[in-house]
Design a protein around this ligand. Structure first.
Ligand code: UDX
Length: 437
């Protein structure tokens, strides 16, 4: 099929590359000239394992092309995907302005029957609204069908999630349009759920809200474990062995971040508020997460009283490993707290340093390695569970630091191992191990 992908952010680029990989011809379009120029040269706007290699290969075979011209990209397109950003407004509502702009532009360029697939996460009713918007502005009487095809990929494992996903959701009012999108996706060999537009929109929000609930739930259990002398590692492991609960998303830590969970949970709160439904459970999930992100620094304050004039290493900035994304990352909350306390903060992340510099500027010191960050630090705070951190040379860490004290927000180490290395170790929902001298 000849496919156009509008919007080359995370979802757009990964989806475009994946569709080209299974045999479609995909024209990628974005208004950002710099981004398009760099993509043509094989330079990606973000880090995602395996994606650069895939895109370079597909571009060399011309099955994936890039342009800034929406008009030209529409010529001959059988299906147009929209994957523009739908960021949150300050009040938690969803900013649909990019989607509206693209819909209006498309209406002017569409000259033949076409299917428009919305990938962006949008509130219930938005797909219908976009259909009306396009129909009202079509200069020629052609048929435009709208399909909702929400995205479930995770950053850092995006390609794996696309090719080995649990399901593909296709929402449409017209069964013929749904059938076309089903055929496009068949080579992925992933179960397909065909449903209504409203259901598809709701499935996306409900799934993310449920996963966020799982995380806040296990974090609260971890917080209680600390008080009653239990260990969250054993508790979560045995809970997860119950197939009805499942082992995933039971990793206690300092809360969820990223571009989806915080945004989508707040949006679902808004959506339920609009229909006068008080979603008390989801409100609690969000409140727990906000509090959880402050937990590491609270522990450090409890241990030391004041943190002013202390040299503190923050290890990991990305909202999770294998991405350079720091949107709504717990690290930003942690660093803001530390700076407010008057600490001197040195940060390190294997890939998110450039993004961090754009946000943190000269408020912190930037180290070139984990070791450089730890040198003469009075304590270290672990915020992202990067492999490079988990594979620590602990005796080396101990020697580099002024005081071998670690507050671990992602439970990277076994507390008993830290005791063996004589490192004071505070983690989430597990016993503290103290060093001996
Ligand atoms: C999420 C959804 O998983 C994905 O389906 C959707 O399309 C987009 O949002 P993503 O934000 O990329 O994906 O990351 P994910 O792996 O889900 O992690 C989100 C956050 O939850 C991270 O900050 C992570 O550290 C945290 N998390 C995850 C936990 O704290 N504990 C867990 O057990 C799992």
């Amino acid at each position: 099929m000849r496919i156009t992908m509008v919007g080359l952010g995370y979802v757009g680029l990964v989806t475009a590359a994946s569709l080209a990989e299974i045999g479609h011809h995909v024209t990628c379009v974005d208004q950002d000239e710099n981004k398009v120029r760099q993509l043509k040269e094989g330079i990606l706007p973000f880090y995602e394992p395996g994606l650069r290699e895939l895109i370079t290969n597909l571009t060399s075979k011309s099955s994936l092309t890039f342009t800034t011209s929406l008009e030209r990209s529409c010529l001959g397109a059988e299906v147009i995907y929209i994957a523009v950003g739908t960021p949150p407004n300050d009040d938690g509502t969803v900013d649909l302005s990019s989607l509206e702009t693209v819909a209006l532009q498309l209406a002017g360029y569409i000259k033949a029957d076409v299917i428009v697939v919305i990938k962006s996460t949008v509130p219930v009713g938005t797909n219908d609204y976009v259909k009306r918007l396009i129909d009202e502005h079509l200069p020629t009487p052609v048929s435009v069908d709208i399909v909702s095809n929400p995205e479930f990929l995770r950053e850092g494992t995006a390609l794996h999630d696309t090719f080995f996903g649990d399901r593909i959701v296709i929402g449409a009012n017209n069964p013929d349009a749904a059938k076309v999108i089903e055929e496009i996706n068949k080579p992925f060999n992933v179960p397909i759920v065909k449903t209504t537009l409203q259901n598809a929109e709701m499935i996306k929000y409900a799934s993310n809200a449920f996963l966020a609930t799982k995380i806040s739930f296990i974090n609260e259990i971890a917080n209680i474990c600390e008080k009653v002398g239990a260990d969250i590692a054993d508790v979560a492991k045995a809970m997860g062995m119950d197939k009805r609960i499942g082992p995933q998303f039971l990793q206690a830590g300092i809360g969820y971040g990223g571009s989806c969970f915080p945004k989508d949970t707040r949006a679902l709160m808004q959506i339920s508020g609009n229909v006068a439904h008080e979603f008390a459970l989801l409100k609690a999930v969000i409140d727990v997460n906000n509090k959880q992100q402050t937990l590491l620094v609270e522990k450090a304050k409890q241990r030391f009283g004041k943190l002013d004039e202390r040299r503190i290493a923050v290890l990991g900035l990305a909202f999770k490993p294998n991405t350079d994304d720091i949107r709504e990352a717990a690290s930003l909350v942690v660093i803001e707290q530390l700076l407010t306390e008057g600490a001197t903060v040195t940060v390190y992340d294997p890939v998110a340093m450039n993004n961090a510099k754009l946000v943190l500027n000269d408020q912190v010191l930037y180290a070139e390695s984990v070791e450089a960050a730890l040198k003469e630090a009075d304590m270290a705070l672990i915020v992202t569970e990067w492999e490079i951190i988990k594979q620590a040379d602990l005796p080396k860490w101990r020697n580099l630091m002024n005081e071998p004290i670690i507050f671990d927000g992602r439970n990277c180490f076994d507390p008993s191992k830290m005791a063996e290395h004589n490192i004071e170790y505070h983690s989430i929902g597990r016993p503290v191990s103290m060093h001996l001298n």
